[in-house]
Design a protein around this ligand. Structure first.
Ligand SMILES: Nc1nc2c(ncn2[C@@H]2O[C@H](COP(=O)(O)OP(=O)(O)OP(=O)(O)O)[C@@H](O)[C@H]2O)c(=O)[nH]1
Ligand SMILES: [Mg+2]
Length: 255
């Protein structure tokens, strides 16, 4: 699968963010070339996303009309992973970015993601808080310790040099994302988006990211939900390409 960079679709699931969502989009608009952005899709839950968030999204659509295509999509699959999976199906750009609306995925990095993707269009560009230059601010000590141990264990288990597989801030070739049979719906989906491509032999580029706890809204991921990540790590470890790809061998069959 050879990818060529033409533009990026940016997927932003949102629940209870207002100024954080605006700032995310404003920074992207202020730091990236409009021709590099295919679209920004704000994915909301019709039942759970707050009316203020929806209003903010509508204001952004008006503010950038004629400059950047922004639209709202009401998710049909549940939870954060389901929202992103809906976005993948819709993405029109050659590449797509998965990020959040709570400013924990620093929007200042998007132009760097794009620059790296132009250089390495077949690779996944992934943000790492553990790489030199990255950091955490406002992460509880216990979470930090658990994350450190988990990241080390999982890198060892997968023979991978990646340092931050649980962080949901990545750029992918769109075709790759559309070709995979995704399984997770909740937060472990962020981990799954590293593990399945790793099993397929896809290469990654890590860029350092500074993570800062949200100042608005609440995390949808309770502490004990983090234990679900073990199951995801285990289940994906022994998958083969024929288990992962929707249309394995399809190209050959067409001949
Ligand atoms: N549309 C939609 N968005 C969601 C849902 N759950 C979470 N989000 C959004 O997804 C993004 C990440 O969610 P968080 O709950 O902050 O998850 P996280 O940052 O991975 O986890 P923490 O480290 O605990 O904050 C935020 O922009 C949320 O608003 C959901 O069910 N539907
Ligand atoms: Mg968050």
């Amino acid at each position: 699968m050879k990818a060529v960079f033409s533009s990026v679709s940016i997927l932003i699931p949102a629940m209870d963010e207002t100024y954080s969502l605006s700032q995310t989009v404003d920074v992207i608009a202020g730091t990236c070339s409009p021709e590099d952005i295919a679209e920004i899709i704000i994915i909301i839950s019709p039942e759970k996303t707050s009316p203020e968030t929806v209003r903010t999204a509508q204001e952004l659509i008006t503010k950038y009309s004629g400059l950047i295509k922004i639209y709202i999509h009401g998710q049909t699959l549940p939870f954060a992973g389901g929202a992103v999976r809906n976005g993948i199906k819709l993405a029109q750009g050659s590449h797509l970015v998965m990020m959040s609306a709570d400013l924990e995925t620093d929007p200042e990095l998007i132009h760097e993601f794009i620059a790296q993707s132009k250089k390495y269009p077949d690779r996944i560009i992934t943000a790492s808080r553990w790489k030199k230059g990255g950091s955490f601010k406002g992460y509880s000590r216990i979470k930090l310790l658990c994350n450190y141990v988990f990241e080390k264990a999982i890198a060892w288990f997968y023979f991978s040099g990646l340092s931050d597989m649980t962080f949901g801030y990545r750029l992918f070739p769109t075709e790759l994302m559309k070709s995979i049979k995704w399984e997770e719906l909740k937060h472990p989906f962020f981990l799954e988006t590293a593990l399945k491509p790793l099993r397929l032999g896809v290469k990654f580029v890590e860029i350092p990211a500074k993570w800062e706890a949200r100042t608005e809204g609440v995390s949808q991921n309770g502490f004990f939900a983090n234990f679900m990540y073990f199951g995801t790590a285990w289940r994906n470890r022994f998958l083969r390409p024929e288990d992962i790809l929707l249309n394995y061998g399809g190209e050959n069959n067409e001949r």
